[in-house]
Unconditional design. Structure first.
Ligand code: AMP
Length: 436
C-alpha cells in the first residue's frame, strides 16, 4: 500500500539519518579522523554557505556544478550565497583568509560534512550528501597526491573494504593541454553527428568532458580518438611517471584510464578515482575522487600555490559497506543498572543518583516519565539489566535504596552513601564469574 503523503517531508534528494544509519557515519568519520591525524592532516571546518562567486571562479563556469547544480540564495541584505557544492574552494579560501600562506608548507588540511548539489536523485546520488576531504597546499611534488590516494586506500581498508581499484590519468597542464584540446576537438568535430546531444554541446564549451561521457555511442568514438597521455609535455609526463612509480612502491593496485577527466575545470596533471572492482564497467559509483589543481589557488588568492586533494563520498562508502555485508559495531554503553522510582520525592532522588552514576562512569538506564513500578520493572527486564535500584518514599526517608539482582531475584537495602561502591563491587564480581 502506498504511504499517504505527509504535509511535511524531507526535500527531494535529502534524507534523515536515523540511529541505525548514524552508526555507519560515526564509523567512517572516526576512522577518517584517526587517519587524518596520523598522516598529519589538520582538521578544519568552514561555513556551509559561501559567496556564490567563489564557486563560479574556482569550480569553473562551464562545470555541471556551477551551470546546473548550485543551491543559490539571496540574503535579506542582498548578498548572493551558495550552499557549498564541494569543499576545495572553501578550503582554498580559508587558506588565504587565515594566513596559512605563512604556515610551514605543505599545509595539509582535512574536513568533513554535508555538501549540496541540485542533481537528479538516484542510487548513490543525493542532493545533500557528505564527504571526507583532504587537501595539500604548497607542494608540487608527485608524492603529495600519492599520499592522498594512499590515505584513502588505508581508510577504506580499515573499514573492511577490499576489492577496490585506483583509476588514474594525467590531463596535463596549461603547457600541453591546449594543444591536446585542439587535436581532440578536431577529431570529435569529424564525428559530431554520432555524439549524444549533451556531448555536442560539450564539444563547444568543454570538449574534455566528452571523454568521460557514459553514453555507449560517445564512448565508441572516444576510444578511437587521440589520448592525452600521448600529448603530455615533458614535465607532466615525468610527474605522472613518478606518481605511478610511488603507487607501485606502495603496492596500491591502479589502472590507467585515459578517459578519466573528472567533472571540474581546475584539475591539472593527476586525476584519480577509487572504484569498487565490480563497478568498473559502469563507473557509476566512485567512492573517492580527486587530483592535482595547480592553477586553482591563483584564481582565489592571487598567489600561485600548487595543490592537490581528494574527496570520499560518505554515502557511497556506506552503501558499499552494506552491499558487502560489512557491519559496523556501535560503541554503545550497555547499561547493567536500571533505576526505578516511585513517587515524586523518589524521582528527585533518582535524578541525583543518575548524576552520581554518570560521574562514576557507570552506565545506567531509567524511565523517569513512568510512574508504575511494575511497568518500570518490565522495561528493566526487556533491557536485560543485571541490577535494578528501587527507590520509593520509604527508601528516600531511610536513605537506603533497594538493590535487586534481576537474575536471582535477591534484594537488599543499601545505605545511600555506599550505593555506588556496592554496585561497582557487584558488577566486578559479575564480570569475574562471567570470565571463569
Ligand atoms: P566530486 O566532489 O564530484 O569529486 O566527488 C567526490 C566523491 O563524492 C564521489 O566519488 C562520490 O563518492 C561523492 N559524491 C559526489 N556527488 C555526490 C552526490 N550527489 N551524492 C552522493 N555522493 C556524491
Amino acid at each position: 500500500m502506498k504511504k499517504p503523503r505527509l504535509k511535511f517531508q524531507t526535500p527531494t534528494g535529502m534524507r534523515d539519518i536515523l540511529p541505525e544509519e548514524e552508526a555507519y557515519y560515526e564509523r567512517v568519520y572516526s576512522i577518517a579522523d584517526q587517519y587524518a591525524d596520523f598522516y598529519g592532516f589538520k582538521k578544519i571546518e568552514t561555513p556551509i554557505l559561501e559567496d556564490y562567486e567563489l564557486f563560479v571562479k574556482s569550480t569553473g563556469p562551464t562545470t555541471d556544478i556551477v551551470e546546473k547544480q548550485m543551491y543559490l540564495l539571496k540574503t535579506k541584505g542582498g548578498e548572493y550565497l551558495a550552499l557549498r557544492p564541494e569543499f576545495t574552494p572553501s578550503l582554498a579560501r580559508s587558506y588565504f583568509e587565515n594566513g596559512m600562506v605563512a604556515w610551514p608548507h605543505p599545509v595539509k588540511l582535512y574536513t568533513r560534512g554535508p555538501l549540496f548539489r541540485y542533481e537528479r536523485p538516484q542510487a548513490g546520488r543525493y542532493r545533500q550528501f557528505h564527504q571526507i576531504n583532504f587537501e595539500t597546499f604548497g607542494s608540487k611534488k608527485p608524492i603529495a597526491e600519492v599520499e592522498i590516494i594512499w590515505l584513502f586506500v588505508k581508510i577504506l581498508e580499515k573499514l573492511g573494504i577490499k576489492n577496490i581499484v585506483v583509476e588514474i590519468n594525467s590531463i596535463g597542464d596549461s603547457q600541453c593541454r591546449p594543444y591536446y584540446k585542439k587535436v581532440l576537438t578536431r577529431y570529435l568535430k569529424r564525428n559530431e553527428t554520432a555524439l549524444c546531444a549533451t556531448c555536442r554541446k560539450r564539444l563547444k564549451r568543454n570538449p574534455l568532458r566528452v571523454l568521460d561521457c557514459k553514453e555507449v555511442r560517445c564512448q565508441k568514438i572516444v576510444k578511437q580518438g587521440p589520448q592525452i597521455v600521448d600529448y603530455l609535455c615533458e614535465e607532466c609526463h615525468d610527474h605522472f611517471e613518478k606518481v605511478l612509480e610511488y603507487l607501485e612502491a606502495l603496492g596500491i593496485p591502479y589502472i590507467l584510464n585515459p578517459y578519466l577527466v573528472r567533472g571540474l575545470d581546475y584539475y591539472t596533471k593527476t586525476v584519480f578515482e577509487i572504484i569498487p572492482q565490480k563497478d568498473q564497467e559502469t563507473r557509476q559509483s566512485a567512492l573517492v575522487g580527486g587530483g592535482r589543481y595547480d592553477g586553482l589557488l591563483k584564481l582565489i588568492g592571487k598567489q600561485d600555490i600548487p595543490a592537490c586533494g581528494g574527496a570520499g563520498g560518505v554515502e557511497r562508502i556506506i552503501d558499499f559497506l552494506k552491499e558487502e555485508n560489512i557491519s559496523v559495531k556501535r560503541k554503545e554503553s550497555t547499561p547493567e543498572i536500571f533505576i526505578a522510582q516511585l513517587g515524586d520525592e523518589a524521582k528527585i532522588e533518582s535524578l541525583k543518583l543518575i548524576e552520581e552514576f554518570q560521574k562514576a562512569k557507570i552506565p545506567v538506564t531509567f524511565q523517569l516519565s513512568r510512574d508504575s513500578l511494575t511497568n518500570q520493572l518490565k522495561i528493566a527486564n526487556r533491557k536485560k539489566v543485571k541490577y535494578v535500584i528501587i527507590i520509593g518514599k520509604e527508601e528516600v526517608l531511610k536513605k537506603a535504596p533497594i538493590l535487586r539482582n534481576m537474575e536471582t531475584g535477591d534484594q537488599k537495602s543499601v545505605p545511600r552513601n555506599r550505593l555506588i561502591k556496592e554496585v561497582k563491587n557487584a558488577l566486578k564480581k559479575e564480570k569475574r564469574t562471567r570470565l571463569k
